[in-house]
Design a protein around this ligand. Structure first.
Ligand code: FAD
Length: 231
């Protein structure tokens, strides 16, 4: 899959190398947020000093979120369809996606690098279990992915339109989309998705996004690290 103009140093692989997230572009940085917070004073700073860091922390602490909304990121995301479903619940992002109505090139399917057991006490949760011998099960998933793709190709060969044929492709199908979000709503996304309550697959992406944006917002990262969050 072509990485949509994301330079290699600006994308992070996830899901055992089957997915990735890249930083396409960004607008502003931490000084943008503190300049926005001090707009009434008409002074523009270009470097963060200690007072700016204190102000930035105050903004986050007190959910004074609007200055953070002047900092914007665009990501390119390559993930399974079921991760995309969870991601797109975040309505404060803007999205565009490669459409399977137009193309069948580069169709790929996710086979989990390891399978987790269903948690007994929580239907939404799973547990890692190293004794879980998953090789045969993973082979079955890969086989199912391949057979779905064969059926899809067969339908296209018989003249069925792409928009209906795609219905036989599994939720493991990889999709690629762009997502743009401001810093305030991105922090909200990261809090929800880099969490032990989130599915491992989407959590991988949240952790990767932190790696990508940390150099741009080092004091925000430091703030959350001091609060005990991993950044
Ligand atoms: C661990 C986990 C499990 C989940 N399980 C389920 C599930 O079982 N079923 C399910 O349906 N969903 C589930 N979700 C999705 C969840 O309910 C949210 O839809 C998703 O996390 C997006 O959160 P959000 O609405 O805060 O984000 P965004 O849509 O990005 O919104 C950010 C914030 O903007 C404000 N906002 C946005 N839109 C509106 C609006 N229309 N009206 C008022 N305020 C708004 C809210 O303050 C919101 O918190 C789950 C999410 C997580 C993290």
């Amino acid at each position: 899959m072509q990485h949509l103009n994301v330079a290699p140093e600006n994308h992070v692989k996830v899901l055992g190398g089957q997915g990735w997230v890249g930083l396409i572009d960004h607008l502003g940085n931490e000084t943008t947020a503190v300049n926005a917070a001090r707009v009434s004073f008409g002074k523009i700073k270009t470097e963060m000093d200690d007072r700016d860091i204190t102000l930035l922390e105050y903004l986050i602490d007190n959910r004074h979120t609007s200055p953070l909304e002047h900092v914007v990121f665009t990501f390119s995301i390559h993930c399974p369809l079921f991760v995309r479903g969870q991601w797109h619940r975040h309505r404060t992002w803007s999205y565009n996606e490669i459409s399977r109505r137009y193309t069948e090139v580069d169709l790929e399917f996710y086979t989990p690098p390891a399978l987790r057991r269903q948690a007994q006490n929580n239907r939404q949760a799973s547990v890692s279990d190293e004794s879980f011998d998953d090789e045969a099960l993973r082979a079955m998933i890969a086989d199912h992915n391949r057979k779905s793709f064969e059926l899809y190709e067969n339908l296209l060969e018989q003249g069925v339109c792409r928009e209906q044929a795609r219905g036989v492709l599994p939720q493991n199908m990889m999709v690629t989309f762009w997502g743009t979000v401001d810093l305030s709503n991105l922090l909200h996304f990261l809090e929800l998705r880099d969490s032990e309550h989130a599915q491992w697959e989407i959590r991988e992406y949240a952790i990767a996004i932190k790696k990508l944006i940390k150099p741009l917002i080092p004091n925000v990262a430091e703030y959350f690290s001091k609060k005990g969050q991993s950044w």
